[in-house]
Design a protein around this ligand. Structure first.
Ligand code: PEP
Length: 263
């Protein structure tokens, strides 16, 4: 059974003190998690040490929203993987559509970041992909995500020893922050396309093992429908991960669903 991830992406939100009160509240709401669920939050760089302090000895993990592919040097404003590792992160999101669109990150940049993360055996990379509304309307979604996956994983060595340290998030751009969730059957269909592409690059065995998440206006009212599909292994969540009640509700529903299917 693949691991289920419920991962919050906080984007440019929450100071250190806001992070502290949010996580204390969340911690008090999240109890007795199924061992197959991994709950993650991704605060801003400046709040990572606060997350480390509040989340120690808890079942909630945390990660970064971005990283540099460089180890050190003249790269003003960048944060290296070694720096992130010392803050205790367990995951790093790369290739988010906001990084691609606003900050002009290319497929090659994302591939370089994935190569850098893979040098650290303990870190999980969450690799995002997804099509724009225009690409979807042109009927080019499948080819688009296949191309993104091929580029992100170019020359990345994966096998049974490290497959659990890579997660893919399918996030149709038109569904991010818009309230327009992708229909669960359609999200599942595209995720199968991604899984098949992954099988062609690596093997069916690794493709069957990698967790692929859906992201785009996920909330507590639609998480169950998404998780009931065959291939959606969790969610990357923006807006709803900024409200403790809502995020805890998503976690709770995922946990209960898993308990009922594994019972
Ligand atoms: C995201 O930013 O990754 C995201 C999915 O945002 P939202 O849940 O707000 O659509």
């Amino acid at each position: 059974m693949r691991k289920i991830y419920i991962a919050g992406n906080w984007k440019l939100n929450f100071t250190q003190s806001e992070t502290k009160s949010f996580l204390e509240d969340l911690k008090s709401k999240v109890k007795n998690l199924n061992s197959n669920i991994c709950v993650l939050v991704h605060p801003s760089f400046t709040s990572l040490s606060t997350a480390q302090e509040i989340l120690k000895n808890s079942n909630i993990h945390f990660g970064a929203q971005n990283c540099s592919c460089q180890d050190n040097g003249a790269f003003t404003g960048e944060v290296s993987i070694a720096m992130l590792k010392e803050t205790g992160v367990s995951s790093i999101i790369i290739g988010h559509s906001e990084r691609r669109e606003i900050f002009k990150e290319t497929d090659e940049n994302i591939n370089s970041k994935l190569k850098a993360i893979r040098k650290e055996a303990t870190l999980t990379a969450i690799v995002c992909c997804g099509e724009s509304e225009e690409t979807r309307e042109q009927g080019k979604t499948d080819g688009w995500v296949e191309k993104q996956i091929e580029a992100a994983f170019k020359d990345i060595q994966l096998d049974i020893s490290n497959i659990y340290k890579v997660v893919i998030a399918y996030e149709p751009i038109w569904a991010i922050g818009t309230g327009k969730t992708c229909d669960s059957n359609e999200a599942n269909r595209v995720i199968k396309v991604i899984r098949n592409k992954f099988a062609k690059i690596y093997s069916q065995d690794l493709a069957d093992k990698i967790s692929i998440l859906y992201g785009g206006s996920v909330k507590s009212s639609n998480i169950e429908e998404l998780l009931k599909t065959s291939d959606i292994d969790g969610a990357l969540i923006g807006g709803a991960s900024l409200k403790t009640e809502e995020f805890a509700g998503i976690i709770d529903k995922s946990n209960n669903l898993l308990a009922s299917t594994t019972a």
